[in-house]
Design a protein around this ligand. Structure first.
Ligand SMILES: Cc1ncc(COP(=O)(O)O)c(C=O)c1O
Length: 398
């Protein structure tokens, strides 16, 4: 079936964090302004309809009329195995898969399970903000292997620094984000092998957050690090249906741990987790029948990225942006305007009334950047950029 992603579905009044969460959003300091006219494009969820087979499966679950404690059936594990084999040519065994109600939740569990107070954990800033509290909130130390950015806005890994940090006595864990949020890098086979080899040599475990792995540009290939590595014994991978199929509210992350000893340690700290029947039927539906929808979605997102790039080149030429290899996130460099990050914020959030995410939330490396999530109907994205452009008109030529 053909999906219409241009359709505007009103999400206000549906308990949506993006569209109903103004009080919370202001409280955590993302913005000062949030009202009926705000266009919120800050968090990574989509304003787009989900696959029809998913809706059918959820309706069927509703029709059961009873929503009690549920267990994961074989079909659940088979659907995951089938998806990763077909989409990413990655073999996963059923027993390697552990359900968790969330990725950030699983990350906190992994930090507690595999490191002790004072241990060092490598991350690559600018990076998804919740990595930092998962480390520091648990009394561990951030080791920042900052990504390098060239003049074209392309990010790469500083391997010399990475190896030096991996060699340090107290370094126990590396949290890889691939595809990388917010830079959009999809790391290639050579980079992944090198990261894996350095970590294996230095007894550093890898937690690979790969939950954006299905959402890459159509001319790109995503390789799970568990597939790229010579040996997966030191690799734990987080996968999820939440980003790919826009079901973050169903809380479904799957943690892949090939090493049986690590699996038992993780299970011990995680405890027993029972998913809802909606989560189970959703996963089975999307992994078995969601491909046709995903292909159409990817085409739509690629189109929106082209639109944004062209719009900025035409109307805000001082903003540097590149189409990312993966994710539905764009990372925009505003330093060309020569104004302070506070003034950029004020023009976008308060004057244009568009809610993005200030780049410094991802680390000081992001100070002059703004992050936008673009999986919304294109007319909404267009209006957001038109509003922003109007607020920068006076300094486009200076
Ligand atoms: C890289 C990354 N990891 C984790 C999450 C959150 O996942 P969850 O809602 O399953 O905790 C996000 C959400 O934006 C993300 O971008």
């Amino acid at each position: 079936m053909k999906y219409n992603f241009d359709e505007i579905i009103n999400r206000r009044g549906t308990y949506s964090l993006k569209w109903d969460g103004g009080d919370l959003i202001k409280q955590v300091g993302l913005t000062e302004r949030y009202d009926e006219e705000t266009i919120p494009l800050f968090t990574a969820d989509m304003d787009l309809p989900v696959p029809q087979p998913l809706l059918d499966a959820l309706h069927k679950t509703v029709d059961h009329k009873i929503f009690g404690y549920s267990v994961l059936p074989d079909e659940y594990f088979e659907a995951i195995q089938h998806w990763f084999k077909k989409r990413h040519d990655w073999d996963i065994k059923g027993e390697e898969i552990i359900y968790s109600p969330g990725t950030v939740h699983a990350l906190n569990i992994a930090v507690k399970a595999f490191t002790g107070p004072g241990d060092g954990i490598i991350i690559q800033r600018p990076v998804y903000p919740p990595f930092t509290p998962a480390i520091e909130g648990n009394g561990r130390e951030v080791m920042n292997n900052a990504l390098k950015c060239d003049d074209d806005g392309y990010y790469s890994i500083d391997f010399e620094d990475f190896e030096a940090k991996a060699k340090e006595e107290n370094t126990k864990l590396f949290i890889l984000c691939n595809p990388h949020n917010p830079t959009g890098r999809v790391f290639n086979i050579d980079e992944l092998k090198k990261l894996s080899d350095i970590c294996a040599k230095n007894d550093v475990l890898i937690i690979a957050d790969e939950i954006h792995g299905d959402l890459i540009r159509r001319d790109q290939t995503f390789i799970p690090i568990g597939k790229a590595a010579k040996n997966e014994d030191h690799i734990i991978t987080f996968t999820a249906i939440n980003k790919t199929f826009n079901v973050a509210g169903l809380h479904c992350t799957n943690v892949i741990i090939p090493n049986p000893e690590l699996r038992e340690i993780f299970r011990g700290v995680l405890g027993m987790q029972l998913p809802s029947p909606f989560t189970i039927s959703a996963l089975i539906a999307v992994y078995n029948e969601g491909e046709e929808w995903l292909e159409q979605l990817k085409e739509y997102i690629d189109g929106t990225m082209e639109f944004v790039k062209n719009f900025l080149a035409e109307s805000m030429p001082k903003v540097k942006v590149r189409i990312p290899e993966g994710t539905y996130i764009m990372w925009m460099d505003f330093s060309g305007y020569g104004i302070s990050p506070e003034e950029v914020h004020d023009r976008i959030y308060n004057k244009a009334n568009v809610l993005l995410e200030d780049g410094n939330m991802f680390g000081e490396e992001g100070l002059n950047y703004q992050r936008i999530c673009i999986p919304s109907p294109r007319p909404i994205i267009k209006e957001a950029f038109e509003r922003i452009a109007r607020e920068f008109e006076d300094i486009n030529q200076t």
